[in-house]
Design a protein around this ligand. Structure first.
Ligand SMILES: Cc1cc2nc3c(=O)[nH]c(=O)nc-3n(C[C@H](O)[C@H](O)[C@H](O)COP(=O)(O)O)c2cc1C
Length: 308
């Protein structure tokens, strides 16, 4: 009788029961929601990005599903660092490793956030420099620049002993340069990728953009080929662990991401559309595909796309 293939993966010093990680910003920020995500089968979870001050975010509508994906301009609505530190003061009972996501609009804010999160039970910290639709942060503040990334990573690493991931923009021509800047400054790993954008969709009845903010970031199946290519290229040229994120909604998508070189796989829009049961569904499909291939471990397919 053959044994079940193992989906275990090792990343940021933890062994995850499967490589599926809840992507940032998809579900709310409470411990109860994290518990639910783990009970539904996630291997790890990322919190919604937190800023120093509370933020209301953009006006509704902030999220729209369209044929091949989703477009959003949430605008980093979050309760601010003080409330977040209270909420995450004890993560011991949530059921798995949690990644803290922090944002800043200048270097001091990144340092302040890292210092506030360092004593908490996060297994790693993630820094998006890549949001395409929030003034003061990410692409709209030109944080997706090698020198700025170097400064941000240095400031965060100086205030935490936790492994630090830089979350890169989708479809950037200089993706490898950005990743190498992060590596040189002390980043542990890369999250590839954030939403691609800005994008816009217009309601032809009103003649106005659907989203309250007008422009937004594109995620879901439409993003998958960009995310796979980014993961492949970064895995080939940078040599850091990668959380491959973008458009994964089936076991086959997740295995594709692992074959591109990812160590773990972020899942966002699939959870937004289908709920947290997406984790068990994707993990089940992965197990079945590996079993059909006669593969006993994810290690045997990781990076396969690179050939010999
Ligand atoms: C509604 C929504 C909100 C998001 N908020 C954040 C956020 O707060 N921080 C962040 O780093 N990424 C955020 N993202 C990006 C996702 O974490 C992920 O990188 C992206 O959606 C691609 O993965 P997917 O195709 O599986 O959704 C958000 C995405 C969506 C759809």
């Amino acid at each position: 009788m053959s044994t079940q293939p193992s989906l275990c993966t090792e990343i940021f010093g933890c062994t995850l029961k499967n490589p599926l990680i809840l992507a940032s910003g998809i579900l709310g920020t409470t411990r109860d929601i994290l518990k639910r995500v783990f009970s539904e089968g996630a291997g790890a979870a990322t919190i919604k990005s937190i800023s120093v001050n509370p933020r209301k975010g953009h006006n509704n509508p902030t999220v729209l599903n369209f044929g091949p994906g989703c477009i959003n301009a949430v605008g980093y609505s979050n309760p601010g660092v003080k409330k977040a530190v209270e909420e995450y003061s004890d993560l011991s009972g949530v059921g798995g490793p949690v990644i803290g996501s922090l944002i800043g609009s200048n270097i001091e804010e990144f340092a302040q956030m890292a210092a506030a999160f360092d004593p908490l039970g996060f297994a790693a910290l993630e820094i998006p420099v890549s949001c395409p639709h929030t003034p003061g942060f990410g692409k709209m503040a030109r944080q997706d620049d090698p020198d700025t990334i170097r400064e941000i990573v240095k400031a965060v690493c100086a205030h935490t002993s936790k492994p630090v991931f830089i979350k890169l923009p989708a479809a950037a021509n200089n993706m490898v340069e950005l990743a190498l800047a992060a590596k040189e400054a002390g980043a542990y790993g890369l999250t590839a990728v954030n939403t691609v954008g800005p994008g816009m969709l217009i309601n032809i009845e009103t003649g106005r953009p659907y989203l309250g903010f007008g422009i937004g970031g594109i995620s879901g199946p439409a993003l998958k080929p960009l995310a796979i290519a980014a993961t492949y290229q970064l895995s080939k040229e940078v040599g850091l662990p990668i959380i491959g994120t973008g458009g994964v909604s089936t076991g086959a998508d997740a295995i594709e991401m692992i074959m591109a070189g990812a160590t773990a796989v972020g899942v966002g829009t699939a959870v937004l559309s289908g709920g947290p049961s997406a984790f068990a569904q994707i993990a089940g499909e992965m197990t079945q595909i590996l079993a059909e291939k006669g593969v006993s471990s994810l290690k045997d397919v990781r990076g396969l796309a690179h050939g010999e």
